[in-house]
Design a protein around this ligand. Structure first.
Ligand code: R7I
Ligand code: MG
Ligand code: MG
Length: 349
């Protein structure tokens, strides 16, 4: 594939922050007219206050912990990452965390805790959470590790600090893989991109734990692969309505109902689409389209923003969007450090 340029790293990390900040407005909304979404986004062009008026939520708060841990340690360190999650939650508990994960974050703060994966395992009657909280913060693993085996291994472990159900952590693996392939230009040929994801996920989901979780939750075996095949089917239709995307792929808080959806949004918006302004570039189309789905808009736009940002690069990010979103400037600086880590370069100032 193409070389992973610095602009792609910046695009991925800033794209994720923008998706979270811009999507926060509509989290939980149903039947959202595109007009409303465009009104919200166009308002940012006119906003003269700028400077981070749109605050980021738990998606970005936890992504920042992942980035800072990987940069500080130069490798995956579960203790360090867990402590950063706990400390971030302690300092800013009001960022809109999932209802269940709060228990994990409180337990992770305990100095007596020896196994940092234990609190996640205790969630939801011992099966663990299938929420998308692992996936929403998975992009940095693709930006820190160049080797695909490392991307899969550490995105899974990073997610398992809060999500021990395979339908939770495998969503994180899928999201990290999507960013990984996008970083290398694989979105130039959408079918190839999807085929690579499916072939990787066939290996990832081929484990006993994934099979037993899928059965317990009334899902087919290889649930993420099955969803990726639906993405493929939707791509082949001449037209797809928002309602069809929601009913086929979902727009909810479960990783299974949001990670494949985010991937579809990116693919669908590679080309201009009716209903979206002609002046919009691909990244703007992707974010607007995610918001119009309603449901878990901040998280779907955050995940799609990372994948699309890795494809289009930071030049595709509108200045006024970046200025309006809390943490976007910092994300740009951290992307440079991740780029150095990825290429194993000595770290500059
Ligand atoms: O996954 P998580 O971190 O939440 C992330 C979401 C994103 O949309 C963020 O933007 C934020 O709004 O929250 O948090 P969890 O609490 O682990 O999971 C989220 C929700 O999914 C839970 O509160 C449950 O409602 C549901 N859920 C489950 N319900 C039943 N059984 C997750 N796992 C289960 C389960 O096993
Ligand atoms: Mg959130
Ligand atoms: Mg959300």
């Amino acid at each position: 594939g193409a070389p992973a340029s610095l602009a792609r790293f910046r695009g991925a990390l800033v794209g994720a922050v923008l998706g979270d900040c811009l999507g926060g407005e509509f989290e939980g909304a149903e039947e959202l007219p595109m007009e409303r979404v465009l009104q919200h986004l166009n308002g940012l062009d006119q906003d003269t206050r700028g400077d981070g008026i749109l605050q980021y939520s738990d998606d970005t708060a936890m992504t920042r912990c992942v980035v800072q841990s990987l940069l500080a340690r130069g490798e995956f360190d579960e203790q360090d990452m867990a402590h950063r999650f706990a400390e971030e939650y302690r300092q800013a508990p009001g960022r809109g965390y999932g209802a269940g994960v709060i228990q994990v974050l409180k337990k992770l703060a305990s100095p007596r805790l020896s196994d940092v994966f234990q609190p996640a395992r205790a969630q939801f009657g011992g099966r663990g959470s299938f929420g998308n909280g692992g996936a929403m913060r998975a992009a940095p693993f693709a930006l820190a590790f160049s080797n695909i085996e490392d991307v899969k291994r550490y995105s899974k472990l990073g997610a398992m600090l809060t999500h021990s159900c395979s339908l939770g952590y495998n969503g994180a693996v899928l999201q990290a893989l999507a960013v990984h392939f996008s970083l290398h230009g694989a979105l130039a040929v959408p079918q190839v991109f999807l085929n690579r994801l499916i072939s990787e996920m066939e290996g990832v989901e081929n484990e006993d734990r994934a099979r037993s979780d899928a059965r317990a939750l009334n899902e087919p075996d290889f649930p993420f692969c099955a969803r990726l095949h639906r993405v493929k089917d939707l791509m082949e239709r001449s037209s797809v309505s928002i309602e069809e995307v929601i009913s086929e792929l979902g727009n909810g808080i479960a990783a299974l109902h949001s990670v494949p959806t985010a991937i579809f949004c990116v693919l669908h918006c590679l080309e201009p689409r009716a209903g979206l302004p002609e002046r919009y570039g691909g990244l703007e189309r992707t974010v607007a389209y995610c918001l119009a789905l309603g449901g878990d808009t901040d998280t779907i736009a955050c995940m799609a923003g990372a994948i699309a940002g890795a494809h289009y690069g930071s030049d595709a990010i509108p200045q006024c969007w970046q200025r309006c979103c809390e943490g976007a400037e910092e994300a740009e600086a951290w992307a440079e450090h991740l780029h150095q880590l990825y290429h194993q370069l000595p770290r500059g100032g």
